[in-house]
Design a protein around this ligand. Structure first.
Ligand SMILES: Cc1cc2nc3c(=O)[nH]c(=O)nc-3n(C[C@H](O)[C@H](O)[C@H](O)COP(=O)(O)O)c2cc1C
Length: 194
């Protein structure tokens, strides 16, 4: 299958970077066509502009958005790797979604409501986070983040969420714990990509 990995982190020594490497390694080893979009390395501009709306309406989509939409159109599976920042999407990822998953490309409005235009595609999401999972489970934050991401963004666009893992407690995790988390990522990807 065509597997698009969308990765966002400014630090190449981050745990998110290690997750992205693990995902790409499994994907290539399983023989899938694999493309990585590293948003910081690309210098992606995450700010949605007035001129973008003019472009969407006239069919003259700005070149940087058209490039990313081409990758999305190509993909059967999209794996997103980014950290949780302020209980949600880092600005880079939010802006990538604002600009690339646009009205007319990712969704439209029919007579009775929104219509997802990216049906048939699947998404996998790996989020590193500082807070241990148990804290966010108890406070209801984890279900809230699942809902705003999985339902609010991906299912809205018609995309099926095949797997969404929150990898918590990263700053406190020792090497063995980190390795265990990366093994979980590997196993999940091996199952999804078999
Ligand atoms: C700007 C910023 C905001 C953050 N907000 C949160 C947060 O809301 N919840 C949380 O659990 N961790 C938060 N963190 C911690 C990161 O999620 C955590 O350090 C990171 O996931 C560890 O993985 P990394 O090495 O890939 O950055 C934040 C970190 C930064 C830099």
């Amino acid at each position: 299958m065509n597997h698009l990995i969308i990765y966002s982190h400014p630090n190449p020594k981050s745990f998110s970077h290690a997750i992205k490497e693990t995902v790409a390694e499994v994907s290539l080893a399983k023989g899938h066509e694999t493309a990585v979009r590293d948003l910081y390395a690309l210098g992606f501009d995450p700010v949605l502009k007035g001129s973008d709306f003019v472009g969407f309406q006239s069919g003259n989509v700005p070149a940087d958005i058209a490039q990313e939409q081409m990758h999305v159109a190509w993909a059967d599976l999209m794996t997103f790797v980014y950290p949780v920042w302020w209980t949600g999407l880092p600005a880079m990822v939010k802006g990538y979604i604002d600009r690339v998953y646009s009205n007319g490309f990712a969704f439209s409005y029919g007579e009775t409501g929104p219509i997802g235009l990216l049906k048939g595609k699947k998404a996998v999401i790996f989020n590193a986070m500082g807070t241990p999972n148990t804290y966010y489970e108890q406070s209801g934050m984890l279900p809230a983040m699942h809902k705003t991401s999985d339902m609010g963004i991906w299912q809205f666009c018609g995309i099926e969420v095949a797997h969404h893992a929150f990898l918590g407690g990263v700053p406190m995790a020792d090497d063995a714990t980190r390795k265990g988390m990366l093994d979980q990522v590997r196993q999940a990807m091996e199952k999804l990509l078999q």
